[in-house]
Design a protein around this ligand. Structure first.
Ligand SMILES: Nc1nc2c(ncn2[C@@H]2O[C@H](COP(=O)(O)OP(=O)(O)OP(=O)(O)O)[C@@H](O)[C@H]2O)c(=O)[nH]1
Length: 351
């Protein structure tokens, strides 16, 4: 870990560009549990931003980037931070990425950071507040999403997931189209207990008026958390991560892991449906990716969140292949890959 007062290494020449208005670049952290609608909200922001040039930094679980292909064009570009857990890479990858973004801060109006669904936003916020960035970045707001349909404190029995709600300035209770008003009220009450100061907004598909989430100059919760401390390096107990395959994460004893699956050969839609109805391990909570089936040139975008899934035709991004990231508790990676491998329709030898 790099200590907070340790300067950016000399090997990395740091030449931030001043912004025309002389103001610091505002940063919005978008956090929330797996599948709660973070990417959907960011697409809503980018589509409705009215001339605001935003850069988006996305951190994802797993070693295949999917979100980069799901985020609509951002003027300021989309930067993906590979593999899972900003909190572990916070000291190097995130700092380096922020340095790169600041080098083009003169053409940016806003920076949006999407944490992964199991990352703690606190180490990310502390990194934005580091002394080297203090004159350049302004932590504006931490927005957390909660899925009104799937929210469950039992599922959130995960320190990082709880911290997403605890440190939020604004909580978006999303997917209200899938939940009854009573269900949404119950979610709202539980969140109010965790974080009585956060403003709550109910939404469908992240569709909120942007002035309610951008440029609030909030950062309120974090001030309370820091209680006057200087921004500092995150402690080990604030670091929670993901991905059993990832060596950083062994010490976190995190029950979540991710499994990636890729195939250039097409899948059988029927076998994939069988997998969904009877072959899916109980701990699997989230899956997303692109799928290609036999007998069609179409590409499909697949999302699974809890018990719900969607399979929609989408614009092809490159050659038709299947790539999927699956995330859950106590997943048996080999068994899951084998099960998905059985969905592949292999070309006969010689073809
Ligand atoms: N019905 C409904 N679906 C939604 C809503 N918001 C998002 N979704 C769907 O929920 C799924 C997950 O949404 P994402 O925006 O990818 O969620 P995310 O939080 O970025 O997911 P991860 O980054 O994987 O944790 C997608 O299929 C979305 O289309 C909503 O308000 N209503």
């Amino acid at each position: 870990m790099r200590a907070d007062d340790e300067p950016i290494p000399a090997s990395r020449t740091f030449a931030p560009k001043a912004r025309a208005d002389g103001e610091r670049l505002p940063v919005t952290i978008v956090t929330g549990f797996l599948g709660s609608g973070k990417t959907t909200l960011i697409n809503h922001i980018l589509t409705n931003r009215q001339g605001v040039r935003a850069a988006v930094l996305v951190n994802e679980v797993g070693d295949i980037g999917i979100d980069g292909d799901l985020i609509v064009a951002a003027d300021g570009g989309v930067v993906e931070l590979a593999n899972g857990c900003i909190c572990c890479s916070v000291n190097d990858d995130l700092v380096d990425t922020l340095v790169g973004i600041l080098e083009r801060a003169d053409v940016l109006d806003h920076l949006i950071i999407e944490t992964s669904g199991v990352s703690d936003p606190l180490p990310v916020a502390l990194t934005v507040l580091r002394s080297e960035f203090r004159a350049l970045l302004r932590l504006d707001t931490i927005v957390a999403l909660a899925d009104a349909d799937q929210f469950s404190l039992a599922r959130y029995d995960h320190e990082a997931a709880l911290n997403q709600l605890r440190y939020a300035d604004v909580v978006l209770i999303n997917k209200c189209d899938l939940a009854s008003p009573g269900q949404a009220d119950a979610v709202a009450d539980q969140i109010a207990e965790l974080n009585p100061e956060a403003r709550q907004i109910r939404a469908c598909h992240g569709g909120v008026p942007l002035p309610l989430i951008l440029d609030l100059k909030a950062g309120l919760r974090l001030d309370a958390v820091l209680q006057g401390e200087q921004p500092r390096e995150p402690r080990d107990d604030e670091v929670h991560g993901l991905d059993a395959d990832h060596p950083h994460h062994a010490h976190h004893a995190d029950p979540f892991s991710s499994v990636s699956f890729e195939s250039v050969e097409p899948l059988s839609l029927e076998r994939f449906q069988d997998f969904l109805s009877s072959g899916r391990p109980p701990g699997l909570f989230r899956a997303k990716g692109f799928l290609h089936f036999t007998g069609t040139d179409r590409h499909y975008l697949f999302h699974l969140v809890g018990a719900r899934f969607t399979l929609d035709v989408c614009e092809p991004s490159g050659a038709p292949t299947s790539r999927l990231v699956l995330i859950g508790r106590d997943l048996d990676a080999d068994a899951l890959r084998r099960r998905l491998g059985e969905c592949i329709v292999r070309a006969p030898p010689g073809h």
